[in-house]
Design a protein around this ligand. Structure first.
Ligand code: GAP
Length: 443
């Protein structure tokens, strides 16, 4: 079983590289651990996931507002939020090979015997290792102001609570949402996109009255499941874990992790936390600014509490790929395809002329391509190699539809063929029917 799973992970990593989804970061210099570059199709898939998330949680709701805040924030923010003292992992280092490990991720035996998993020598004492990445700002050497690359994007929402109240005057409950980069100095980045040092988060802070916290925690728990389904993550591979008090982040009074069955084990995908009024109170005390809310109806002033659903983007990307990866036999040949939801597929339609060297086919196929491109934008034209190879290429990047212009199209005005990625079935369709047919599958 373990072997098979390692094999699946290798297949995903290899497909990502082969088809231009994901590469090791700065690869021509040997790579930088914990960083990845997204190539063309990876970047398109990544944007499509973010767009879908934004539409689902922000644009389609009345109670959600947007912010975009810097990845650099001053030391004062992280002191107040508790990240400089509490955002830590236990570190152990081998006394001989000096490899570093997260103590809580060592095999029981290695941790108990203090034995290095790489060279078998002794491990040093456990130390507390802070994950925040400091940056020296300022132009005069020795006079730097320390700022930090944000370890979580949530603080951007908390420090903008007052701006939001003062400019939009929202009624509770309301949310502040953001998609953006976070940075963590992970001791042991690993498992492809799962544990990296720089990644995107999709997240919102939902401000509520304290008495309502259980109701909204439950509401967002359900909404997170609807997102899992919407983005195309296999629900059967997702499991809730009630996080024990001793394992919760320093700001949380209740946390549920949404775990996913990755090939390397069941681990966190998303988190849902009840952050209470911890952050607003800390920032209020530290900045001296009033971060309370005045309830016009009840005529009372109080600090709102917060429910926080958080969605790691790289882990979503990985879970989507793992959920969509398929191998089957079609027309007597084995093939690999990604059964991505059409809404997030990097390419929605690929248009082919049956033969590259027949100008009448190419001209007509170009016209069809232009018409579809205007409508769907994620459309490509491909006349490279035989038609079977073109289908395989599109299957591997998860293109739901391939449209072919053949001799019947130009000689008999018989429409085009449209091929379904998952079944491989082809049907002939008049050009007028093509756009509504595809539109229907993108809803
Ligand atoms: N604001 C809350 C927060 O940041 P978190 O559980 O520390 O919570 C949020 O992180 C999400 O970010 C996780 O649920 C996971 O999806 C993702 N994540 C955390 N660390 C990561 C890492 N090193 N690499 C990739 N994704 C990570």
């Amino acid at each position: 079983m373990a072997e098979k799973n390692t094999e699946l992970m290798e297949k995903i990593v290899s497909l990502c590289k082969r088809r231009g989804f994901v590469f090791p970061g700065s690869e021509i210099y040997g790579g930088l651990a914990g960083t990845f570059d997204y190539g063309h199709y990876g970047a398109l898939l990544s944007h499509n996931i973010k767009d879908l998330w934004w539409k689902h949680f922000v644009k389609s709701r009345e109670d959600m507002f947007a912010v975009t805040t810097p990845t650099l924030m001053p030391e004062a923010v992280w002191k107040a939020s508790g990240h400089l003292s509490g955002f830590t992992d236990p570190l152990v280092e081998c006394t001989k090979c000096h490899h570093r490990f997260r103590a809580d991720q060592l095999a029981e035996e290695n941790r108990a015997n203090k034995k290095c998993p790489d060279c078998g020598s002794g491990l040093g004492e456990e130390k507390v290792f802070n994950l925040m990445l400091p940056v020296g700002l300022g132009s005069i050497q020795g006079q730097n102001n320390t700022a930090y690359l944000r370890g979580e994007i949530a603080q951007g929402m908390f420090v903008n609570f007052k701006n939001t109240i003062d400019t939009l005057h929202p009624d509770l409950p309301f949310g502040l949402a953001q998609i953006g980069r976070a940075y963590r100095n992970e001791i042991a980045p690993r498992d492809f996109l799962f544990r990296v040092r720089e990644f995107d988060l999709m997240e919102f802070e939902y401000f509520i009255r304290e008495k309502d916290w259980e109701q909204y925690f439950e509401m967002w728990r359900k909404e997170m499941w609807s997102w899992v389904e919407k983005v195309g993550i296999n629900k059967d591979m997702v499991h809730e874990l009630e996080v024990a008090p001793e394992d919760r982040a320093h700001y949380s009074k209740r946390t549920i992790d949404f775990e996913f069955d990755y090939p390397f084990g069941r681990k966190e995908l998303y988190g849902l936390a009840y952050r209470t009024d911890y952050d607003l109170k800390k920032h209020s005390a530290s900045s001296g600014q009033d971060l309370s809310y005045f309830d016009e109806e009840a005529k009372e002033r109080f600090t709102p509490h917060v429910i926080e659903p958080t969605f790691g983007h790289g882990r979503t990307f990985l879970a989507v790929l793992l959920s969509a990866y398929r191998e089957d036999t079609l027309g007597g040949e084995t093939r690999v395809y990604l059964a991505l939801k059409p809404q997030i597929a990097p390419v929605k339609v690929a248009v082919f002329p049956l033969l590259k060297n027949k100008p009448e086919l190419v001209t007509r196929a170009r016209e069809v391509y232009q018409a579809l491109k205007k409508e769907f934008s994620d459309v490509i034209f491909d006349d490279n190699g035989n038609i079977g190879k073109r289908y395989r290429r599109q299957d591997e990047i998860g293109t739901p539809f391939c449209v072919t212009v053949d001799f019947d199209t130009v000689e008999k005005d018989a429409g085009v063929t449209i091929r379904d990625r998952d079944t491989g079935e082809q049907k002939r369709m008049a050009l007028e029917e093509l756009i509504p047919y595809i539109q229907n599958h993108l809803k």
